[in-house]
Ligand binder design. Structure first.
Ligand SMILES: [Zn+2]
Length: 263
């Protein structure tokens, strides 16, 4: 009798495992036609924000590298704009996405505020898509992020940039992509960090998103000026969750888009 119960139990276990195996994993879907350009913000003489002895350029390189590896493990092709500590011009970051006919362009940044008294009062994850906005807060963040990029002496004049923002055909798709990525990142973070703050999806005139004629977003992964968030941001666990969240969000967007287009 004991033997029979043992066999029955084994059978239940085996059937259970097979059932589990039937759930399609990201690897089972052929994603190799989808090239994702991952842009690590700043680099070289452009450190980005600095706080608590930590630099934005180092943080975003770590997260972008994890995101690259996560996307590769899910079957995508990936191009990382910088794999080490170097400065890149605006054109080098976005034009490559067009040249390679990338499906999606995602730029990784970390946020900061100027008011020292509020350092530990402001935190959270925000995802931006390119659009002109009157929102002063979004404009302030964009101005800070744009500063160094525009120092790169690009041929693109400010007027050309603004024109292409206004005429950008990919705003709706970028908005959808931003929503999928933001939701997914929050979902992955809150499995462990229940108090992770959702800063939401926002439009902003980030120049790094201009010129890429494809769905393009900029993820501000958190505030480097906030002690608690900075500590989390530099931990392997938090970075892995962000990378996984962005990757799965991109996957959700691409799959929904396929359904919309009917293939
Ligand atoms: Zn930045």
């Amino acid at each position: 009798m004991k033997k029979i119960i043992f066999y029955m139990l084994s059978l239940v276990l085996i059937v259970g495992c097979q059932k589990h195996r039937q759930v399609p994993s990201p690897k089972m879907v052929d994603r190799s036609k989808n090239l994702i350009v991952v842009d690590a913000g700043h680099g070289g003489h452009d450190t980005g924000a600095i706080s608590g002895g930590r630099r934005e350029k180092d943080l975003v390189l770590q997260i972008a590298t994890r995101l690259k590896n996560q996307l590769l493990s899910e079957g995508y092709r990936v191009y990382l704009t910088r794999g080490d500590d170097r400065f890149l011009k605006l054109s080098q970051r976005t034009r490559i996405a067009d040249k390679l006919n990338a499906k999606v362009f995602v730029s990784i940044h970390a946020n900061a505020i100027a008011n020292r008294n509020r350092f530990n009062a402001v935190e959270g994850i925000e995802t931006y898509f390119l659009q002109k906005t009157r929102d002063a807060r979004s404009q302030r963040i964009a101005t800070r992020e744009n500063e160094a990029v525009l120092q790169g002496a690009d041929a693109l004049s400010k007027n050309v940039i603004i024109d292409s923002v206004l005429n950008g055909p990919k705003i709706i798709q970028s908005h959808k992509l931003a929503i999928d990525v933001q939701n997914s990142v929050m979902q992955h973070l809150r499995q462990k960090y229940f108090d992770a703050r959702n800063g939401g999806v926002r439009p902003a005139p980030f120049y790094v998103l201009v010129g890429a004629s494809r769905p393009s977003i900029l993820v501000e992964v958190g505030y480097i000026t906030n002690d608690k968030e900075r500590q989390r941001l530099f931990s392997q666990d938090y970075q892995t969750r962000i990378a996984k969240g962005i990757s799965r969000g991109i996957g959700r967007y691409i799959d929904n888009r396929k359904r919309e287009l009917g293939f």
